[in-house]
Each structure stands twice: as structure tokens, then as C-alpha cells.
Design a protein around this ligand. Structure first.
Ligand SMILES: Nc1ncnc2c1ncn2[C@@H]1O[C@H](COP(=O)(O)OP(=O)(O)OP(=O)(O)O)[C@@H](O)[C@H]1O
Ligand SMILES: [Mg+2]
Length: 331
């Protein structure tokens, strides 16, 4: 392992990764690149292929075609070398219901050849504390809520320090407070140098903690990059607040901008020109037309401009445009 992140191979790299279930292609030739040190959001609607991809990355399911490298090693050929370096939380971790949370973790830890049994209890206590489960350490897992089980799954992924964490929907079943705690935990792990690959439906989550993201739709990878790149790829919008909606539309259209027809214009403005009666005209911006050109053209046409703004597309708009689906933005 090298300290120089730029020299290290990507944490995850796939080429043409494909999974077919009978005639259904669940993952369709995807090429993922997850840089070292990133917090990488793996986004997509239900059934888009996130969990299937993650299972292949971890060697839990075989690929129908394609190549996978995790931490520079070929998978699944090097699975025994790679897995000790990777902490994972995938749908439904298997716990013994009649054992306590702490006893379950101790069992899982004992399966790790690289973890010393002498320090096992300390590791278990520390990871339970990190996920906020110390109070329930001695409780049987069958009495855990879904959120507590999810935390225990996370604690398992954190038992020993890892270079890469792969978390499939880590906030599933958590309340807003738990969701915030997991977010903070991911931030603190990332600041310690761990690469985190995290799948989610919750756009707010990805927006707040991730440096990079990839978007899946129907088994295909439709976009990936830094969050800024993903936002930039969406066309920004221009908004003009004006008492002269007709002239504004004409000027914007003449500049080649696509004017939104959705919002009705405000009624005619009285002689005082009160703000409440101004219209808000929105258009998709064109990178070839600079904002100052738009303003100059409007002024040239005698349009009274009371407000002008250029807004970049939100990640949510981008997601909807790419997948044709809404996003569950609630926590
Ligand atoms: N073992 C399986 N046998 C047959 N089809 C499967 C199997 N596992 C997954 N699929 C199908 O593959 C597609 C992708 O499923 P997957 O679980 O990867 O989606 P996901 O993005 O994780 O969805 P969710 O957000 O609901 O967790 C779905 O159409 C699903 O029905
Ligand atoms: Mg899933």
C-alpha cells in the first residue's frame, strides 16, 4: 500500500460488468471508476441494479461478463486477499437472533484471520460505540429494531480498519437522527482516508456527503463523475423577473433559448409597477450565450428587468432527466 493516493489504482474499477438473470439483464455492461479517497454515491431507482452490482464487486455473485478490480486486484480471483481490506454492509447481514449484538460481532470478528483474539472485545466495544449501539450491546439481536440491526451491520463493517467500505443502503430503516449519525460516521471515516462506496435512494444524503456519484437506470450506468461535474452536465436555467413578459419571451427565443411555458405570466402591471405583478420568465440556458449577452439584449429591447438569475441544475433535476423517475428526497 502506498500513501500517495494519486499513484494507487482506483478503489473500484469495472469494465463491461454485466449480470443476466435468464433473459433479464440486471446490470448491463457498466464501467465504474471509484477513485481512492472518494465518498462515492451509487444512485438509482428501485430495481436499477445497485445491489446486484455490489454483490458482484464483493464476490458474492458471479458476473455474466466483464471485469472487476477492487483495490487494484482482480475479482473474484483475488477475493481472499481483497476481502480483509474491505468492510461491507449488504442487504440483510446474517446475525444469530438469540445472541447479543456484542456476541454476534465477536463471532464475526473471530472469522477474520487477521484480527487478534486478544483485542477482540475492545474492537467489538469500539465499533458498537461508533454506531451508537453500546447501550444495546448485551441485548439479543431478536429484540433489535430494523434500525438497530442496520447499525449492527455497520458495526461489523467497522470492526477492523479498512481501505474501502462498501455500504448498500446503510440508512435503510434508520430514523432521521440515525440517518444523520450514519452520515457523520461516513464523513469521519472518509476524513481518515477510507474510500466509501455507498448506495442510496436518498439524494439529500448523496448531495451532502459524497464527492462523486454514479447514476444507474435500468441496469445501465447513465452518468458518473464528481458532484460538480454531474451538476454542470445539466443545463442551467435563466430566470428574468419583469413586468414585460411578452417582450422577454421574444428576446430569449431570438437568442435561441428554450423558454419554459409552464408558469403562467403575471397579469398586466399597473402604472406603479408593483413587484407582485411582475412575471417570472424561465428558460434553459445555452452555454453559448453568456448571461451578460442576455441582459444586454433584454435592455436593448426595452425590457424592464427587476431580477435576473442563472441557476445550475440541481442534482435532483439531473437524476430525473437521466432516469425519467422521481427521487425519494425525504429522510
Ligand atoms: N437473484 C435474482 N434473480 C432474478 N432476478 C434478480 C435477482 N436479483 C435481482 N434481480 C433483478 O435484477 C434487477 C436489479 O435488482 P437490484 O436488487 O440489483 O436493484 P437495486 O437497484 O438494488 O434496487 P433497490 O433500490 O430496490 O434495492 C431487478 O429487476 C431484480 O428483480
Ligand atoms: Mg438494492
Amino acid at each position: 500500500m502506498t500513501d500517495d493516493v494519486s499513484l494507487a489504482p482506483p478503489a473500484i474499477e469495472t469494465v463491461g460488468l454485466t449480470k443476466r438473470f435468464g433473459s433479464h439483464t440486471a446490470v448491463d455492461g457498466i464501467g465504474l471508476t471509484v477513485p481512492r479517497g472518494s465518498v462515492f454515491g451509487f444512485l438509482g431507482p428501485n430495481g436499477s441494479g445497485k445491489t446486484t452490482t455490489i454483490r458482484m464487486l464483493l464476490g458474492l455473485a458471479g458476473a455474466s461478463a466483464g471485469e472487476i478490480r477492487v483495490l487494484g486486484e482482480e475479482m473474484p480471483r483475488k477475493v481472499a486477499d481483497v476481502l480483509p481490506r474491505v468492510g461491507a454492509l449488504v442487504e440483510g447481514p446474517a446475525f444469530y437472533p438469540f445472541l447479543s449484538g456484542a456476541a454476534n460481532l465477536a463471532r464475526l470478528d473471530s472469522a477474520n484471520r487477521h484480527a487478534s483474539s486478544r483485542t477482540r472485545q475492545d474492537r467489538v466495544a469500539l465499533s458498537l460505540e461508533r454506531v451508537g449501539l453500546s447501550h444495546a450491546a448485551r441485548k439479543r439481536v431478536k429484540a433489535y429494531s430494523l434500525g438497530m440491526k442496520q447499525r449492527l451491520g455497520l458495526a461489523n463493517a467497522l470492526l477492523t480498519p479498512r481501505e474501502l467500505l462498501v455500504l448498500d443502503e446503510p440508512t435503510n430503516g434508520l430514523d432521521p437522527q440515525g440517518t444523520r449519525e450514519v452520515r457523520n460516521l461516513i464523513r469521519s471515516l472518509a476524513s481518515g482516508g477510507t474510500t466509501v462506496f455507498v448506495s442510496s435512494h436518498l439524494l439529500a444524503e448523496i448531495d451532502q456527503i459524497c464527492t462523486h456519484a454514479a447514476i444507474m437506470s435500468n441496469g445501465a450506468l447513465v452518468a458518473q463523475g464528481t458532484l460538480d461535474e454531474l451538476r454542470r452536465a445539466g443545463s442551467p436555467r435563466v430566470e428574468v423577473r419583469t413586468p414585460d413578459p411578452g417582450a422577454t419571451r421574444r428576446v430569449l427565443a431570438a437568442l435561441g433559448l428554450e423558454v419554459d411555458t409552464g408558469a403562467p405570466d403575471a397579469g398586466p402591471v399597473d402604472s406603479e409597477g408593483t413587484d407582485a405583478r411582475d412575471a417570472l420568465i424561465a428558460a434553459h440556458a445555452d452555454p453559448a450565450v453568456a448571461p451578460e449577452e442576455i441582459v444586454a439584449a433584454l435592455v436593448g429591447a426595452g425590457v424592464r428587468i427587476r431580477g435576473f438569475s442563472v441557476m445550475s441544475a440541481s442534482l435532483e433535476e439531473r437524476f430525473v432527466a437521466l432516469t425519467g423517475e422521481g427521487f425519494d428526497v425525504a429522510e
